[in-house]
Design a protein around this ligand. Structure first.
Ligand SMILES: [Zn+2]
Length: 298
């Protein structure tokens, strides 16, 4: 497994498949109190971390958000306390409710639902520490500040270590796909504000949950990532030169380009994301809705 020291106490652990979804990257802090941000690296990196560093000591697990790819390895550490933004605690404690967040809780999606979650070995966890914006984790030498950064989902958080200007970006992940907001608690406007928070912090080192460690041109990369949101909105607006229904817009896959398998599930995510843009365009009076025909147009 790949562990990259960032400082003498802060270490990056790369997730399997370079941290690409269904995996994610972790940050391990080897201080008086040991801590790890997220547990989606896959089993073997976590088991090796446990064997080589943690042993039977208590470890604080900080989940950046409740999505399956960030919490699925929490069970590896038995002597642990779990911290999560308080908004998402009810989901962590009753993990079947993830299906609600993805809009697949309808019985007609039962099979898709089961197949999808089976690969993650999910279980319910008790959240010992319910965090909010600005919560400070005092680990000894290292103090980690919680930056609530909703948008990807309602409880999504970044973590800031001010002495070394290190920012754990979580799912503000700088991927070429761009921001993902296909959860019913997602918000495009919040996502924009959260990316701007990251830009303002002006980190020297940034860690993405699904890409890796960045040390150069971080603000430029964040701006490119942010612009994807505006590009998508522009495409949808242009398409509404002529009137179209929501389903017609979704079928154009402006965000995904092409739906990966299972197609039906990603089309549901596309629909949630498109709907958020439609609502923003309606609010800005850039488009109008015909209530009788369910068409949208400029
Ligand atoms: Zn993720």
């Amino acid at each position: 497994y790949i562990m990259i020291p960032i400082t003498d106490k802060i270490k990056f652990i790369e997730g399997k498949n370079q941290g690409r979804y269904i995996f994610s990257n972790s940050l391990y802090i080897d201080d008086d109190l040991k801590a790890i941000i997220d547990t989606g690296t896959g089993k073997s990196p976590l088991r090796k971390l446990k064997k080589n560093y943690v042993g039977n000591d208590e470890i604080l697990i900080i989940n950046s958000n409740v999505h399956e790819d960030h919490i699925c390895g929490n069970y590896i550490f038995k002597n642990s306390k779990i911290a999560l933004h308080r908004i998402e605690v009810p989901i962590l404690e009753n993990i079947d409710r993830l299906a609600e967040l993805y809009g697949i809780d309808d019985p007609k999606y039962k099979e898709m639902n089961e197949q999808f979650f089976a690969i993650f070995n999910l279980r319910n966890y008790k959240a010992d520490i319910k965090i909010e914006d600005n919560h400070i984790f005092d680990l000894g030498e290292i103090k980690l500040q919680t930056i609530h950064a909703p948008g990807h989902c309602a409880g999504h958080c970044m973590f800031w270590e001010s002495n070394n200007k290190i920012l754990f970006l979580a799912d503000i992940d700088l991927s070429s796909f761009g921001p993902w907001y296909g959860d019913i608690s997602s918000s495009v406007t919040d996502f924009i504000n959260s990316i701007n928070k990251a830009i303002k912090l002006n980190p020297d080192i940034a860690i993405s949950s699904h890409k890796g460690v960045y040390k150069e041109e971080i603000r430029e990369k964040l701006k490119i990532f942010l612009d994807k949101i505006y590009d998508r909105e522009e495409k949808i607006l242009n398409f509404l030169d002529k009137k179209h229904t929501l389903e017609e817009i979704v079928n154009k896959a402006f965000i995904y380009g092409k739906f990966p398998e299972p197609e039906e599930m990603f089309a549901i995510a596309e629909r949630i994301m498109v709907k958020l843009h439609i609502n923003r365009l309606l609010d800005a009076k850039k488009i109008e809705e015909n209530p009788k025909s369910s068409f949208f147009a400029i």
